[in-house]
Write a protein that binds this ligand. Structure first.
Ligand code: FES
Ligand code: FE2
Length: 345
């Protein structure tokens, strides 16, 4: 399976607190990068390759705002230009490392891996829940050895909660509930309303509801790899205005064709001061997403280039999401020579 990730999008490179005055090596969309902050606190991203002899810059060290290559001491500025070459005054024009546009927002470092002229900061996807005082958030990260589209699929078909997560967030009622999938304004929405079901173990502790509940989740997929799950529950014999709501924030960045960086956050709109509850949710979600990781990595190992042979009703959302991504990738491809020859405008 090829990576097939569109490049002209903002992707998450790191949590903001993980980029500082240490060199951070990270591969995104098959591109090795080095990230750090300047003395003024501005995050920067360069290709992780010295223009001299291709040694990773991340093996070097920061000297003020330059990276000094670990091999022969060439120093590279945050804009990729060469600041100094030991024992040589003339700086060759080609002595530069590629740089990538970076924006810091919602406590995340976002990066643009495509055409830098199109890197509009207003196009950063909305993840305000991460910094909104009306929501209490815990965050986490998983490295997953699976193509990013398998992670999208997973979040767009939550029937797996019944089988993969039956000791935390799932039970039989999830997979048995009817599901709808729609495409609206370039996004895929997959919804489930689960009425009069037993609360799974996580729901009991995270909400305090011990008898039957009504719960819902809607996954909102925004290409290429952002999934916000709107989720809430309330007592079956109560009313919806008693609902306790959460947003499950899933931000995936392809690393290679067969691996992904999975940044996540769980935002809740209740019991804001309950730090023990925040810790419980974070610990349970780490455990729950570890379960996804086991399944996704096993699935990736089994995959060849062949498409999936069977589609179920619950695959409607994942299939729509993959169609949107295919269109975006196709739109980004260079026109072939024959297509160029036809262009007489
Ligand atoms: S490889 Fe970096 S200075 Fe030579
Ligand atoms: Fe899952």
């Amino acid at each position: 399976m090829n990576l097939t990730a569109p490049k002209n999008f903002w992707y998450v490179a790191a949590f903001a607190q993980d980029v500082g005055r240490q060199l951070l090596a990270r591969t995104l969309l098959n591109q090795p990068l080095v990230l750090f902050r300047t003395n003024e606190g501005k995050a920067v991203a360069l290709e992780d390759r010295c223009p001299h002899r291709a040694v990773p810059l991340s093996l070097g060290m920061l000297i003020d705002d330059t990276i000094r290559c670990t091999y022969h001491g060439m120093q590279i500025n945050p804009d990729g230009s060469c600041a100094r070459i030991p024992c040589q005054d003339r700086i060759p024009a080609k002595a530069r490392a590629a740089t990538f546009p970076v924006v810091e927002r919602y406590n995340l470092i976002w990066i643009w891996m495509g055409d830098p002229r199109r890197a509009d900061p207003d196009a950063v996807p909305d993840f305000h829940w991460l910094v909104d005082p009306d929501w209490t958030v815990c965050t986490g990260y998983h490295h997953v050895n699976a193509n990013y589209q398998l992670l999208n699929d997973n979040l767009l078909d939550l029937s797996h909660e019944s089988y993969v997560h039956d000791d935390t967030i799932g039970n039989d009622a999830v997979a048995e509930a009817p599901v709808t999938a729609t495409v609206k304004n370039g996004k895929v929405l997959v919804s489930r309303e689960i009425l009069n079901c037993e609360p799974p173990p996580f729901y009991v502790k995270a909400t305090g509801f011990t008898s039957n509940i009504n719960r819902w989740h809607t996954t909102i997929f925004q290409p290429p790899s952002f999934n916000v799950i709107e989720n809430g529950s309330y007592p079956h014999d109560g009313s919806r205005d008693q609902a306790l709501e959460r947003r499950i924030l899933n931000l995936i960045t392809p690393e290679t064709d067969t691996s992904s960086h999975y940044f996540w956050g769980i935002a809740r709109a209740y019991q804001h001061d309950d730090e023990a509850l925040t810790a419980y949710i974070q610990e349970q979600i780490y455990y729950t997403f570890d379960q996804d990781k086991v399944v996704l990595e096993a699935q990736q190992r089994n995959l060849a280039d062949s498409p999936f042979p069977v589609a179920l009703r619950t695959d409607a959302g994942p299939i729509q999401a993959r169609k949107l991504i295919d269109e975006l990738v196709m739109n980004e491809q260079e026109p072939t020579q024959s297509e160029q020859a036809l262009d007489v405008s």
